[in-house]
Design a protein around this ligand. Structure first.
Ligand code: LYS
Ligand code: ZN
Length: 481
């Protein structure tokens, strides 16, 4: 008989030694029930936290650094409540040391009684920490630049000073019963030995999380994997990650960080932040629902995404980009005939994310030269019109012909379908699109003449005629019966 085997949690034993605050650390290992499992099952990915990540939502901190952002208390409360309903784990606020209004807003948000934990982001200094611990926040996110660029040209402190101050601040914040994270800034241009040495020192005095920040957006996913993986072997606490999007890797980097054992990801709504921003909440959700749909659906109220994005877009006076993840106007629109046909049969053919999970709708684009007859058949069905397959094909040919001449709208397409259907049923010859300009009508005429000489057209006409005859015969038979 095999002895019982203790099931190893997905994130493995390397994650977290604090075991407090529900960390995916030793507390999770202890609470895992003993089960009989086969010793022959495939080896899991013990490092990855793709199925147990937490979100630190920073629209009210990093997002306030976006060029267009100005949030008054009312706006901050709306955003905080919306994020809380969405289910983010943490909400990060601008430092209370930044201004008197920032401090009082921070206090007001702490008093809302949200489910999400409230953090504030402060410089690694005792003065800032003393102000922050009095605001009612659950925790402090302490940060300081560690690259030579920032040490020489920003704050002017050396690594010894940074380490000593960090230890002093951590001890103070812990003594006040608050959660604390220590993060370097510009981590990917910092010296690796410097980084590991300071992270190891703060881990030893019981910091809850260490943070890695790609402050200038220079890191690639492989570099992220390497650094987080290395750090995972050095510290036992949680690892938070923060990625700027200057070179387009912010979502991929967040994902790779989780694969390498990071536990927390910073996001902001629509990615707003310094310059072109950070990992966007919506894009990150798109990535994660593909990786672990059950986890995402069990934890986050993702149907709220569009409302939150609209709220923030409105407050910072930008439009949601046309190609935005999930909520962009064409995110679930299928256009090419081949795609449309397959999508109408089974949406999984050309979709990896279900729009319904996010409360969004799928569209098939009917109004173009690359539309196909299956799409037109489906549109006719929506309009309550029925035709034969040959007629749908003929009608589609008319739509393509028109779309070759001018950019047609969905209304144009509907008019063509309706008029085409009318002509078939009543044996009339109504113009399919009456509002053509003289120039367009002339072009259409030329196209018609060319098409008449194409053998496929003659073939199609014959099919349509045969089809019509067949229907007429059936009708006569049914009337006779
Ligand atoms: N916005 C700063 C904050 C770093 C801390 C991350 N949580 C940066 O990009 O470096
Ligand atoms: Zn940042």
């Amino acid at each position: 008989m095999c002895p019982p085997v203790e099931e190893t949690p997905a994130n493995g034993q390397a994650n977290g030694t604090n075991g407090d605050n529900g960390h995916p650390g030793y507390s999770a290992v202890r609470s895992t029930p003993t089960k009989h499992v086969s010793p022959y099952q495939p080896v899991g990915d013990f490092l990855s936290n793709v199925s147990r990540f937490k979100i630190i939502e920073s629209t009210l901190r990093e997002g306030e650094q976006f060029a267009n952002a100005y949030f008054d208390l009312d706006a901050k409360i709306k955003i905080a409540k919306a994020l809380d309903e969405f289910g983010v784990d943490y909400i990060e606020l601008t430092s209370p040391a930044a201004s008197e209004q920032s401090r009082s807003d921070c206090e007001a948000i702490c008093k809302l009684g949200l489910k999400a934990k409230i953090l504030t982001h402060v410089r690694c200094s005792m003065a800032d920490a003393k102000i922050a611990v009095e605001t009612g926040v659950d925790g402090l996110d302490v940060v300081i630049g560690t690259s030579s660029y920032l040490r020489e040209h920003s704050h002017g402190k050396d690594m010894t000073y940074i380490k000593n101050t960090a230890l002093e601040v951590i001890e103070f914040v812990k003594s006040k019963g608050k959660e604390i994270r220590f993060s370097s800034e510009d981590s990917f241009r910092s010296d690796l030995v410097d980084l590991l040495s300071i992270y190891s020192a703060v881990d030893k005095v019981g910091v809850n999380r260490v943070g890695i920040a790609d402050t200038v957006g220079c890191a690639s996913p492989r570099q992220v994997y390497d650094l987080v993986r290395t750090l995972r072997g050095v510290v036992g606490c949680d690892i938070e990650t923060h990625f700027h999007n200057d070179s387009g890797c912010a979502i991929a980097n967040a994902y790779c960080a989780l694969e390498a054992g990071a536990t927390h990801v910073d996001t902001s709504v629509l990615g707003i932040g310094e310059r072109n921003g950070i990992t966007p909440l919506g894009g990150f959700m798109a990535r994660m629902i593909v990786a672990d749909r059950d986890y995402v659906l069990s934890k986050y109220n993702i149907k709220k995404l569009k409302d939150i994005e609209d709220l923030v877009a409105d407050l910072v006076e930008v439009n949601v980009p046309f190609n935005n993840y999930i909520t962009g106007f064409c995110a679930f629109t299928h256009k090419a005939g081949i795609h449309a046909k397959a999508i109408l049969n089974n949406p999984s053919t050309y979709e990896i994310i279900s729009p319904a999970d996010f409360g969004m709708s799928r569209y098939v684009h009917f109004a173009s030269r690359i539309t196909g007859w299956n799409a037109i058949k489906s549109r006719a069905d929506q309009l309550g019109l029925t035709m034969t397959d040959a007629e749908y094909k003929e009608c589609t040919a008319e739509i393509k012909k028109m779309a070759d001449i001018k950019k047609i709208t969905l209304d144009d397409t509907d008019a063509i379908i309706r008029n085409f259907h009318h002509n078939q049923v009543h044996n009339t010859n109504k113009p399919l699109l009456p509002d053509l300009t003289k120039d367009e009508a002339e072009k259409l005429n030329q196209v018609d003449q060319k098409i008449e000489s194409v053998p496929e057209k003659r073939q199609l006409d014959a099919t349509v005629e045969a089809d019509a005859e067949d229907r007429a015969n059936k009708k006569t038979r049914s009337t006779a019966a």
